[in-house]
Design a protein around this ligand. Structure first.
Ligand code: CO
Length: 134
């Protein structure tokens, strides 16, 4: 059976990265490891690691991306929780067998080689869940 190993990251969608960092970095005192533009996702992402997990702040950089539409519709807030799994293909098969609604039916591959897929909030209690296999 595939196994969930850890909470890999929690992603928060923000309107204004500097304003958001004034809370997460400056007020809470968390370390900003990296602030990066991700043109493929039309967003800017801040990574604030904490032990073996991290907080990711995601700010859309255009008006037409999925994340920009999410921000317009729902405002700032929790976007998704990412769980690391030891075998993502087996996990997707297991979820399908249990009639869990998936956003990605097949495993997707990021530029850095990690594999991921999203599970629809309808099946999770209203939280978008991302699965990662490193
Ligand atoms: Co994520």
């Amino acid at each position: 059976m595939p196994k969930i190993k850890s909470i890999h990251h929690v992603a928060v969608v923000v309107q204004d990265m500097e304003k958001s960092l004034s809370f997460w970095r400056d007020a809470l005192g968390m370390e900003l490891h990296e602030l990066r533009d991700v043109p493929a996702e039309k967003s800017q992402v801040a990574f604030l690691p904490l032990n073996d997990a991290e907080i990711e702040l995601v700010m859309p950089t255009t008006d037409d991306s999925g994340i920009a539409k999410y921000l317009t519709k729902r405002g700032e807030g929790m976007h998704h929780i990412c769980l690391e799994v030891d075998n993502i293909s087996e996990m997707l098969a297991q979820l399908k067998s249990k009639n869990v609604r998936l956003i990605n039916d097949e495993v997707r591959k990021a530029n850095d080689g990690k594999q991921y897929a999203f599970i629809h909030p309808e099946s999770t209690g209203g939280v978008l869940v991302e699965l990662y296999q490193i």
